[in-house]
Write a new protein. Sequence first.
Length: 231
Amino acid sequence: ALPYDLSGVRVLISAGGTREALDPVRYLGNHSSGKQGYALARVAAQRGAAVTLVSGAVSEPGAPAAVDIVHVDSAVELSREMNVRAADSDVIIMAAAVADFRPVGVADAKIKKGAEGPAPIELTTNPDILAGLVQSRTAAQIPSSTVIVGFAAETGDADGGVLDHGRAKLRRKGCDVLVVNAVGEGRAFGTADNSGWLLRADGTETGLPYGSKTLMASRILDEVAALVPDR
Ligand code: PMT
């Protein structure tokens, strides 16, 4: 049986990928299927949490039972929906794959081929949602007790800098826990299984052995349950 250790804990989770519109029919996107974020939502709800899932584009069918779902497209929308709910959350988990950049403008009509070949796409930077949530917590717009978990998708392997990149990202973003996934070569994005490392703000690290995304979710939520203050 699952532990019922998240009873009454309000958990806000982002999942899936953002889509950054170029024109009415095209977008810049990524390969996130939403499976990892949806597994977190499902398992958290089964363990008694009150879960809100803010979902970008996914290829995972079916909403988890007993979870409130909000659908978004772009990183800017995701940012808004996370920020309005953050102050009422005990735990925030950013499993979404967020585009770092978006096109400067969205064309009103479908972009035509043109005689001179492809027009360059001009990009601008999206807000860093995770870092912003951590900053708002420091500024007390979000309770200081809110546990904030990030993910990191890094190409390479353990020796090839994945962990070093993860450590640097943990410091830069300032979250309590960062789950590092090695990606590329068919790993993590869209797969049924996952593996990685769990890095804590205190510098301790735990390997997350290869297994289903549900198992991965359980391990991450064990960590979260230990961090949520007694309530
Ligand atoms: O959806 P699946 O197919 O199951 O795959 C799961 C996953 C590989 C997408 C997931 O486990 C994962 O790693 N998600 C984070 C992907 C990502 O965007 O990593 P990143 O290293 O670019 O970002 C680091 C963290 O900052 C993430 O928590 C991300 O949500 C957040 N971020 C990133 C950019 C941005 N502008 N704002 C953010 O909040």
